[in-house]
Ligand binder design. Structure first.
Ligand SMILES: [Zn+2]
Length: 85
């Protein structure tokens, strides 16, 4: 049996202000369910981009989200910054 990726480990970022979003355990699973995305289709190379966050849209409690898959071959600035350390 392949190991299922834990949705709570998915990286979530606000597409508006670029802030990483931390939310409670299980919240990512709810989003995946709402988007009808099977948890088996995601892995650590995927991330959730939110159309807003509580920081830049205070008062709003729900945001539309999309799942993006990072390309293995593209070096992200974040990865390079980590290597520099
Ligand atoms: Zn934001």
């Amino acid at each position: 049996m392949p190991k299922t990726f834990d949705p709570d480990l998915l990286y979530v970022e606000c597409g508006k202000c670029g802030q990483p979003i931390l939310w409670g355990p299980g919240q990512t699973q709810k989003i995946l369910d709402a988007a009808e995305i099977n948890a088996e289709e995601i892995d650590e190379h995927c991330a959730i981009i939110s159309d807003g966050c509580p920081s830049c849209k205070p008062g709003e409690t729900s945001f539309s989200t999309q799942i993006v898959r990072m390309d293995d071959e593209s070096d992200t600035p974040t990865a390079k910054a980590l290597e520099a350390n």
